[in-house]
Design a protein around this ligand. Structure first.
Ligand SMILES: [Zn+2]
Length: 305
C-alpha cells in the first residue's frame, strides 16, 4: 500500500470574497500533490462525516447541536471567525472524519496524511480562531474508545499554542500534549499543555530545529505512545501573515523529515494534519503545506512501510 492521503471535495466551501481564511487551499493542495507527481489518485481516501456522538466524546452536546443547527449566539459565532452556513457545518464534520480516518490508516501502515485538520483552538463548549470542533482530540478519544490505542502523543508545531487540545486533556494521562509555538502569538491566554515550548519571535531554521531535537526524541521514549498525531502547521514561516517566526521552506521541509524519521525510527505510527498557514500568495502557501506530504512520501519509501 502506498502512503495513504486523505481528502474530500467538501473540505472547501465558499466564503465571502476577501475573507482572510484561505479556504481554497485544501482543494489546491490536493491538485498540487497530483500535478507535481507527489501522489497518485489511488493514494487518496475519502472520509465519511462522523456521527454526532463521536464529536460529543469531546464536545458538549449543547454546543455541537447549536453549531450544527446554526443557533449558536452571535458572540460565540464571532469568536470562531468563519461565517456559518450548512455547507460549513458539513465541511467541519467531514474534516473531523478525515483526521479520524488518517489516524486509522496510520495505525495500519505506519504513516498517513490528511489534507486538512489541526483545529486545535476548539474547546469542549466553544470554538475559536477558525476552529470549531477539535479533530485531534476527537480522533485520539475515538481511537481509544474503540480500543485501537491506549496512549496518544499530540505533537503540535503550529505557530499558535494548541490551547483547546491542552485544555481538553489537562487532567488526562492517556493523551500527552506537546506544543511548540511562538510565545507572543495568539492565543493571548495560554493553556497548560503537558509540555509547552514557547519560542521567541523571529526564531530561524537552525535554532528551531535544534530546539525540537532537544525535546521530541526524549518525549517519544518517555511517553511511549501507540500513535502520534502531528499538527504540521506551516504558520512558523517567515512570510506567514499570522506567524512571527522566521522559518524558510527548507526549514519546514527539514522539520517534517525530522519529526517523521524520529517517530518512525522508534516504531511509532504518525497521523499528520496540515494545521494553520496564512499567506496572500496562494501558490506559495499550498507548496508549503505540500512539504509535509513530500517529506512523508520520502520517509514512507525509506522505511518501506
Ligand atoms: Zn496557527
Amino acid at each position: 500500500m502506498d502512503l495513504p492521503l486523505i481528502y474530500h471535495p467538501d473540505y472547501v466551501v465558499p466564503l465571502p470574497i476577501g475573507h482572510r481564511f484561505p479556504m481554497a487551499k485544501f482543494k489546491n493542495l490536493y491538485d498540487c500533490l497530483l500535478r507535481d507527481g507527489v501522489a497518485t489518485i489511488e493514494q487518496f481516501h475519502q472520509p465519511d462525516r462522523p456521527p454526532s456522538p463521536w464529536i460529543e466524546l469531546i464536545h458538549d452536546s449543547d454546543y455541537v447541536n447549536a453549531y450544527c443547527t446554526g443557533t449558536l449566539d452571535a458572540k460565540a459565532q464571532r469568536r470562531i471567525g468563519l461565517p456559518w452556513s450548512p455547507a460549513l457545518v458539513n465541511r467541519t464534520c467531514t474534516a473531523v472524519g478525515g483526521t479520524i480516518l488518517t489516524a486509522q490508516l496510520a495505525l495500519k501502515t505506519g504513516l498517513a496524511c490528511n489534507t486538512a485538520g489541526g483545529t486545535h483552538h476548539a474547546f469542549p463548549a466553544h470554538g475559536s480562531g477558525f476552529c470549531i470542533f477539535n479533530d485531534l482530540a476527537i480522533a485520539a478519544r475515538y481511537l481509544q474508545q474503540i480500543g485501537l490505542v491506549h496512549k496518544v502523543l499530540i505533537v503540535d508545531l503550529d505557530v499558535h499554542q494548541g490551547d483547546g487540545t491542552a485544555f481538553i486533556f489537562q487532567n488526562d494521562e492517556s493523551v500527552f500534549t506537546f506544543s511548540m509555538h511562538c510565545e507572543i502569538n495568539f492565543p493571548g491566554t495560554k493553556q497548560k499543555s503537558d509540555l509547552d515550548v514557547p519560542l521567541r519571535a523571529g526564531m530561524e531554521d537552525d535554532e528551531y530545529l535544534q530546539t525540537l531535537d532537544r525535546y521530541l526524541p526524549d518525549l517519544l521514549t518517555h511517553v511511549k505512545p501507540d500513535l502520534v498525531l502531528y499538527d504540521a502547521g506551516i504558520d512558523p514561516h517567515l512570510d506567514d501573515r499570522l506567524g512571527k517566526l522566521n522559518l524558510t521552506d527548507t526549514g519546514l521541509y527539514r522539520r517534517e523529515m525530522q519529526v517523521l524519521t524520529t517517530c518512525l525510527s522508534l516504531g511509532c505510527p504518525v497521523a499528520c494534519v496540515i494545521g494553520g498557514g496564512y499567506s496572500e500568495d496562494m501558490n506559495a502557501l499550498v507548496y508549503r503545506h505540500s512539504l509535509l506530504h513530500r517529506a512523508a512520501s520520502n520517509v514512507y519509501r525509506q522505511y518501506r512501510l
